[in-house]
Write a protein that binds this ligand. Structure first.
Ligand SMILES: *[C@@H]1O[C@H](CO)[C@@H](O)[C@H](O)[C@H]1NC(C)=O
Ligand SMILES: *[C@@H]1O[C@H](CO)[C@@H](O)[C@H](O)[C@H]1NC(C)=O
Ligand SMILES: *[C@@H]1O[C@H](CO)[C@@H](O)[C@H](O)[C@H]1NC(C)=O
Ligand SMILES: *[C@@H]1O[C@H](CO)[C@@H](O)[C@H](O)[C@H]1NC(C)=O
Ligand SMILES: *[C@@H]1O[C@H](CO)[C@@H](O)[C@H](O)[C@H]1NC(C)=O
Ligand SMILES: *[C@@H]1O[C@H](CO)[C@@H](O)[C@H](O)[C@H]1NC(C)=O
Ligand SMILES: *[C@@H]1O[C@H](CO)[C@@H](O)[C@H](O)[C@H]1NC(C)=O
Ligand SMILES: *[C@@H]1O[C@H](CO)[C@@H](O)[C@H](O)[C@H]1NC(C)=O
Ligand SMILES: *[C@@H]1O[C@H](CO)[C@@H](O)[C@H](O)[C@H]1NC(C)=O
Length: 598
């Protein structure tokens, strides 16, 4: 049997820390293992050649922990080169970022988080797949059209950076080969990415007319408010390049501040945040409260309970919050579950938007304003980075805000005896912001209301050997933009639901120190964007996995896994669905369809 190496599996879920190497099955793949995340297709280069492509970086990342004095960039966690924009003669309306990676390591490595930036503006937050003996590879394609203003920069000293960070300080001997390129397509190519055009196209077109304030449309059929037209400017709200631009937030009192002075012509502003949790905080949603860990003499410093919230303030005034959706990386919970179909968002982590348009009255005024980001109840550590998207009118803007702080209710219900117990947390956050903006487009009133509901229930049964999580995050956002006469310009609603259920059971097996560990993970992502009664875009992704392992001391002796995923996407151009079934790491079913079902 292979030597045992450290892989963190739900340290929090077990009173003992289970450490494992990969199960033997990892050795049976004939070729390199391809990993993938289910998503809807963006136009591929074989469907339609791009109008032009730019290769931005080819690089090898090796051990990035002991950076020490080495000058070989292979051994540093971040690499920065000059950014190459698309040629000015290239005709395009959509940009796709492609991140390709190959790993040849034979030693178990932890998954690593990675980010891609242009001039400090984050375009992609991703993480790495597990290496296998014969190597592994994967690729991520992301529509980055909303970053057009930074993509087209002609400043030849603009930086392009990629950071690949270790999550845990281990001996990493394998290497990651990375290629990053950008492909540019014209409008028609992009339209046909979803094959059939069905149903609501007329309704979609009609409603889209509503959502473009300056009316030029920029030919983007797929963009929805607030990115129906791309921003004129993007300001990074981020840390130092050496540390990878993202803010590394270590605890609750660790407040990251940036001073920003925005253009006086700004009539619309949106702050986009990328958020991921690592180290002791990777499984924050499975954390019992301090009182439980203390009374049972469990590993300290990991208590706190299962609530975290990222808070955004302008000059000390709270303007928005995010309760982050848990991201399960490829070594998370039971690494065999995620081969080869990874968990939701592992390769293309969704970002969170906070519409600052109603708060422009706090941001304008030709002076510096302090933007602060912190993580309520946060521990070590969180990587948070933000981009402020700014839209400009032709002349200076006057803005008035009716500031009201978001309200919050939090309820804890903890009950336990010994190792058994039930811990429930419920949070309700609601905010309503109204702002008036006078620009060259006339007077515009923006009202944004948001409701966030978070419910987390942890149950520990059978002397703590059976642990269950039942969690739901719901975020409902309404945007209503009216003109001076009160006529509606944009009316828009986004509803997002992220359920997560995890069960882990440990049972003794015959013989000393041997036990079976069974886990199930049921994860969902459901998002709908609508205007009036018309659904402009809907996304449903369900993941249902089970895995069992025979564990001897700290080693996995054998295991068995299943991973079932359903993905359904619909927008005004068509539908796409994909159903994937994986048994023991092999894809046994993979069906795609372009039939609209709901
Ligand atoms: C690696 O691939 C080779 C050739 O395809 C195969 O013979 C070998 O068994 C594989 N090794 C593992 C460990 O999967
Ligand atoms: C796993 O792969 C390694 C390297 O290819 C090989 O040395 C080893 O014998 C393999 N183990 C099994 C159980 O196939
Ligand atoms: C860095 O490397 C040098 C030379 O290899 C070694 O002497 C030194 O101890 C290292 N420093 C650290 C902090 O690892
Ligand atoms: C990167 O691109 C080069 C040249 O196109 C190719 O040979 C190599 O395999 C690519 N690497 C990855 C990791 O995709
Ligand atoms: C991985 O690639 C590096 C650099 O190309 C090489 O030194 C190393 O031996 C390779 N490892 C394996 C297991 O192929
Ligand atoms: C940028 O362009 C200027 C003028 O064309 C040139 O002098 C300078 O060397 C260029 N800088 C880089 C980094 O290419
Ligand atoms: C890392 O490597 C060093 C030196 O080779 C070794 O002493 C140490 O035990 C290794 N650590 C782990 C966690 O494997
Ligand atoms: C929080 O983290 C910051 C940054 O690492 C550190 O300076 C500070 O001492 C920490 N505060 C507490 C209370 O741990
Ligand atoms: C997950 O799959 C199992 C068996 O494959 C099934 O019994 C269970 O109902 C599924 N759960 C969900 C939420 O789909």
């Amino acid at each position: 049997m292979k030597a045992c190496n450290l892989i963190l599996i739900l340290t929090l879920l077990f009173t003992l820390t289970i450490q494992s190497s990969f199960s033997l099955e990892d050795n049976t793949t004939e070729n390199q293992q391809q990993y993938f995340e289910l998503t809807h297709p963006l136009v591929t280069n074989t469907d339609t050649p791009p109008s032009c492509s730019v290769n931005l970086l080819t690089h090898t990342f090796a051990n990035t922990v002991d950076t020490n004095t080495s000058t070989d960039t292979t051994f540093t966690p971040s690499i920065t080169v000059y950014y190459t924009p698309p040629p000015t003669t290239c005709k395009w309306s959509h940009a796709v970022l492609e991140f390709q990676a190959k790993c040849n390591g034979t030693t178990p490595m932890h998954d690593r988080v990675a980010g891609v930036w242009i001039a400090g503006v984050e375009l992609l937050r991703t993480s790495t797949a597990q290496p296998t003996d014969n190597g592994s590879f994967w690729s991520v394609r992301k529509d980055v059209t909303k970053y057009t203003s930074i993509i087209t920069t002609q400043d030849n000293s603009t930086s392009f950076s990629v950071m690949l960070e270790t999550l845990d300080k281990e001996n990493l001997t394998g290497v990651y080969h990375i290629n990053v390129s950008m492909h540019f397509y014209d409008h028609n190519a992009f339209r046909f990415a979803l094959s059939s055009v069905v149903g609501d196209l007329e309704g979609y077109k009609k409603n889209r007319k509503l959502s473009s304030i300056d009316g030029n449309g920029v030919g983007d059929m797929l963009g929805l408010y607030p990115y129906d037209t791309h921003a004129d400017m993007i300001i990074p709200i981020s840390g130092d390049v050496d540390e990878g631009y993202w803010f590394r937030i270590e605890n609750e009192s660790d407040v990251k501040k940036t001073s920003v002075r925005i253009d006086q012509r700004t009539y619309k502003a949106v702050l986009e945040m990328y958020i991921s949790s690592h180290g002791d905080e990777e499984f924050w949603y499975l954390t019992p409260p301090d009182s439980y860990t203390k009374s049972n003499n469990l590993v300290s410093g990991k208590g706190k309970g299962a609530y975290r919230e990222v808070l955004l303030t302008i000059d000390g005034k709270l303007v928005g919050t995010v309760i982050p959706t848990p991201l399960i990386f490829t070594s998370g919970i039971n690494p065999s579950l995620w081969k080869p179909a990874v968990a939701i968002g592992a390769f293309d982590q969704p970002s969170y938007d906070i519409d600052l348009t109603p708060y422009l009255g706090l941001l304008l005024g030709d002076k510096d304003h302090s933007i602060e980001i912190q993580v309520a109840e946060g521990g070590s550590y969180w990587l948070v980075g933000a981009n402020m998207h700014i839209w400009l009118s032709n002349s200076n803007v006057q803005a008035i805000v009716e500031y009201q702080p978001p309200s919050m209710e939090i309820e804890n219900d903890y009950e336990f005896e010994g190792l058994e117990g039930e811990f429930e947390i419920e949070v309700e956050r609601s905010s309503s912001a109204v702002g008036l903006v006078q620009s060259s487009f006339g007077i515009i009133n923006t009202k944004v209301t948001e409701e966030i509901k978070f419910k987390n229930k942890l149950t520990f049964k059978e002397q703590g050997t059976r642990k269950e999580l039942d969690q739901k995050i719901k975020r409902k956002t309404k945007v209503k933009i009216t003109d001076a006469r009160g006529s509606s310009i944009v009316k828009y609603e986004i509803e997002r639901t992220y359920p997560l259920k995890i069960t882990a059971v440990t049972q003794p097996w015959y013989g000393k120190g041997i036990s079976t560990v069974s886990t199930t993970v049921v994860q969902g992502r459901s998002e709908s964007f609508s205007s009036g009664k018309v659904i402009l875009r809907a996304l449903n992704h369900d993941v249902n996995c089970t895995g069992s392992m025979l564990v001897n001391g700290n080693c996995v002796m054998s295991g068995s896994t299943e991973n079932h995923q359903n993905y359904y996407y619909k927008d005004g151009l068509g539908c796409f669905s994909r159903k994937v079934n994986v048994m023991e790491g092999d894809v046994v079913g993979d069906e795609t369809s372009s039939i609209c079902v709901k």
